[in-house]
Design a protein. Structure first.
Length: 386
């Protein structure tokens, strides 16, 4: 015996409870950012099919790229507000106070509810295109019931975790469908480069800003203090999913223009047909199945994101968090009638209403930023006087 232990001592990291909670908060923050990015891409795909094909046509990808300043303003504005907000409050309450918080929170909830309505309508239109003999009402009812059962459970963060995983599946599916569709397109379809003119491109950009109205969502939502701090740690972790969603939306519009000429994109087809445009060009049965499943799951996540965000803000405003599962179900059935109406007039109505999401979100964000700057200046003045 040498007096030394024959067993080699090993060193293992010891994690405190604070470290574990911090890791959990960071993971939840990344999950929220992933859901934000996926839902933004879902809204962009709806906007491409709903508006850009018919009104902008081939240069629709330019309309999406032009929305970058709007996305930057909403994202960086929300991030600045979150950085200034104490962890015990949310950004809206800190900026405008408790009395004005309620109406502003309800305004944001209406924006998210309109996001959900468009996703519900697009999903129903796709299923109606695939199952033309089935009643639109029963399709909408099945979507509402399935979504309500899925997202009204006890784990309110399950959707965020699922989306963080599924985003890579979406990426692989859409890349496969895009690559297999390339032989059936033509570079000549991209001309004329300006389509119907620069006016239509900028008008399309203004319309598409409505799809980005929820860009600052993870930063203004009421949430736990630890998650709030984790969201404010790294600006890049929050911005990357949003910019990737914008780039993916532009690539989707560019691929559509590459596959079909200007007159084919603007043809008077149903929304369901336009949402599945790639499947009408690509003859691959596997590509058709993958793209259909990918689009349906994307719309389900976009619908779920809009409804859960609206319900979270409403229950927070009413101080009735225990009623959130019931409210989610109620909101879904509130959205059902418009989704069940297979009318061309409904398309026109939604096209007219949808852009106001972007205008309303911009005005609300500017109001929050102005109030936040005034509050910060007053606080700095008091410190200087003291």
């Amino acid at each position: 015996m040498t007096g030394k232990s024959s067993f080699q001592q090993t060193a293992t990291p010891v994690h405190t409870m604070d470290d574990m909670l911090s890791q959990r908060s960071r993971a939840l923050a990344l999950d929220q950012c992933a859901l934000s990015g996926v839902s933004l891409y879902g809204q962009l795909t709806i906007g491409i099919a709903f508006y850009l094909y018919a009104h902008v046509s081939t240069p629709g990808y330019l309309s999406i790229l032009i929305t970058l300043p709007y996305l930057l303003l909403m994202s960086l504005g929300g991030w600045w507000l979150a950085r200034q907000t104490p962890s015990s409050e949310n950004a809206i309450q800190w900026a405008v106070g408790k009395k004005a918080e309620k109406p502003l929170s309800l305004c944001f909830s209406l924006i998210f509810l309109l996001d959900a309505q468009l996703a519900f309508y697009a999903l129903t239109a796709m299923m109606q295109n695939v199952l033309p003999d089935m009643s639109t009402f029963f399709i909408s009812l099945a979507v509402a019931l399935t979504t309500a059962i899925t997202i009204s459970g006890g784990d309110e963060y399950a959707l965020h975790r699922l989306t963080r995983f599924l985003r890579w599946i979406f990426l692989l599916v859409f890349l496969y469908c895009a690559i297999t569709s390339l032989p059936y397109g033509s570079i000549g379809h991209l001309f004329p480069l300006l389509g119907h003119g620069t006016g239509s491109i900028f008008q399309g950009a203004l319309w598409m800003c409505g799809c980005l109205g929820g860009a600052a969502c993870p930063l203004i939502m009421p949430q736990q203090a630890s998650t709030h701090s984790a969201l404010c740690e790294k600006r890049g972790a929050f911005l990357r999913p949003q910019f990737f969603a914008l780039l993916a939306g532009a690539c989707t519009a560019l691929l559509s223009a590459y596959l079909m000429p200007v007159y084919a994109l603007a043809r008077p087809e149903t929304l369901g047909w336009r949402m599945l445009l790639i499947t009408h060009v690509n003859p691959s049965q596997m590509g058709w199945s993958l793209f259909l499943c990918g689009q349906m799951f994307l719309m389900l996540i976009t619908l779920s994101a809009g409804v859960t965000r609206a319900a979270a803000l409403i229950t927070h405003t009413l101080r009735q968090k225990n009623h959130k599962p019931f409210l989610i179900t109620l909101l879904l059935f509130f959205l059902l009638p418009i989704a069940a109406l297979d009318l061309s007039a409904m398309d026109a109505l939604l096209i007219q209403i949808a852009p106001f999401r972007g205008i309303a979100a911009l005005l609300l964000m500017l109001l929050l930023l102005l109030c936040g700057l005034i509050k910060k200046r007053k606080a700095a003045g008091k410190e200087a006087g003291a």
